[in-house]
Design a protein around this ligand. Structure first.
Ligand code: BES
Ligand code: MN
Ligand code: MN
Length: 459
């Protein structure tokens, strides 16, 4: 029988060609302009699942973008692995900063450059190819279910309903997601936590129309100045978030836990150099690893108002706006944090402007267990492939649906991610290493094998 390594070796070009085909679909979920492309991507994913050997493949329509489902049931005595991923991607803009077009995948330096290469097309597709191998060679060790959605990047708005309505169909023992990062190819790691999210838009309204800044400036509050001051006041001099009650529910880690976390290899000089910054920044008293893993944050994602076109226009804008996100950690709750933000922002608004706060989607933080057999299986599989045991880390990103899976399906998740933080997720020139792709495909069948073995032992 062909080993997975041999199988990948002899099918590598096809595995790349198929991923390239998937990457050529501009499946941008946020922009209605791409609705047809998103839908075509779902059809393509369904076709590939069927070709790989999945049964009962269905493109499930929702109130938004479709969810692709497929399964292979082999034996009721075996555990069932539910693979979740997303085929939608973030918008590609600013498009002029891409060295090659975002939806024309290109290989440079052993890396695939394309929007969605790492997040998440390149990663979920590894599961489809690993599944193909297990079917081809009759080595499937677990029952498998696939749920690949098209709205992750816009907050999985319709997935909750789908999960609630399909509890029976989604019955499984564990959820596996490849949509996170590892430290490096020489030091694999497993993320054991994801942050929650609270996302808010604010609007500061001044005069009822744009004004001549010479005629009115100095006599009427400028909404852009007011917004800048309000935003600046959200962090104090220690870069703590200055919203009353914000930290009330934050779980502080023990000294031992923090020490373990900070043992992970991390080169601050390389980090700064990669980002082109002279100094890092953040909450006083915490390391960079902690600031991006176990601490909550508040970020301005976009800020605008007034004239931003070519040249100079003298104008006092009627309004200014911003998009603000907060990353949350256990046991913060996105709804409560949103309420605290709204209350605080309204309270600090000066009387010479009108402030409107509009909450968007949110999501809850999670910590995934390191004690169960799924983590152990992932650990063993990664060690086999990489020759070195993975270490647990806490991820800074969010996959809000993970908390929901736990709540609705009662299922734990293992985050078997193969991306790198430097893959430019959501940025221009997103990339995914061919080696990451290949190693991922090689690791997944081992995960299934070890998971089945450990489940049997546990019985
Ligand atoms: N795959 C990412 C999340 C991620 C990235 C986790 C890197 C860990 C490491 C996911 O697609 C994502 O971008 N999620 C969004 C949240 C969503 C509600 C828009 C995020 O984290 O901003
Ligand atoms: Mn993702
Ligand atoms: Mn993403």
């Amino acid at each position: 029988m062909q080993t997975i390594k041999e199988y990948v070796e002899s099918n590598k070009q096809r595995f790349l060609d198929e991923l390239f085909e998937l990457l050529r679909f501009p499946s941008v979920s946020a922009d209605p302009k791409y609705k047809g492309d998103v839908s075509n991507t779902a059809t393509f994913v369904a076709k590939k699942l069927t070709e790989a050997g999945a049964d009962n493949v269905e493109v499930c329509q929702t109130a938004g973008h479709p969810i692709v489902y497929g399964e292979k049931f082999i034996d009721a005595s075996l555990p069932t692995v539910l693979v979740y991923g997303h085929y939608d991607v973030q918008p590609a803009d600013p498009i002029e900063l891409w060295d090659t077009p975002p939806f024309e995948p290109t290989i440079r330096d052993g890396k695939i450059y394309a929007r969605g290469a790492a997040d998440d097309k390149g990663q979920f597709y590894m599961h489809v190819k690993a599944f193909e191998y297990m079917i081809e060679t009759g080595t499937l060790a677990c029952n498998v279910k696939f749920m690949i959605e098209g709205e992750e990047e816009i907050g999985s708005v319709n997935l909750g309903t789908f999960v609630r309505e399909n509890k029976e169909r989604l019955k499984a023992d564990i959820i596996v997601i490849s949509d996170t990062s590892m430290i490096s190819l020489t030091q694999p790691s497993i993320e054991t936590g994801l942050r929650g999210l609270s996302y808010i838009e604010v609007e500061v309204l001044g005069p009822n129309r744009d004004l001549h800044s010479g005629v009115y400036g100095g006599a009427v509050a400028n909404p852009a100045t007011v917004l800048a001051k309000l935003i600046a006041s959200l962090h104090d001099e220690n870069n703590h978030i200055a919203i009353p009650g914000f930290y009330d529910d934050v779980v502080e880690l023990s000294a031992a836990e923090r020490e373990a976390l900070n043992k992970a290899p991390f080169d601050i000089e390389a980090y700064k150099q990669d980002l082109g910054v002279d100094e890092v920044w953040g909450e006083a008293g915490y390391s960079t690893i902690e600031r991006t893993g176990i601490r909550p944050t508040l970020e301005v994602n976009g800020l605008w108002g007034g004239y931003i076109g070519e040249g100079a226009k003298t104008v006092l804008p009627s309004k200014a706006e911003a998009k603000i996100s907060m990353r949350l950690v256990p046991n913060q709750n996105s709804q409560r944090i949103t309420e605290l933000f709204v209350k605080h922002f309204e309270a600090i608004a000066p009387p010479y402007v009108k402030v409107t706060v509009r909450p968007h989607h949110g999501g809850e933080p999670v910590v995934t267990p390191t004690s169960g057999i799924a983590y152990k299986a992932a650990e063993k599989a990664l060690e086999d492939t990489f020759g070195i045991a993975p270490i647990p880390t806490r991820g800074g990103g969010s996959i809000p649906i993970v908390a929901l899976f736990e709540e609705v399906l009662g299922l734990k998740t293992v985050l078997l991610g193969f991306g790198l933080n430097s893959d430019n997720l959501h940025s221009p020139n997103e990339k995914y290493g061919i080696e990451n792709y290949v190693k991922g495909i090689e690791t997944i069948p081992l995960f299934h094998k070890y998971y089945a073995e450990l489940a049997k032992e546990e019985k």
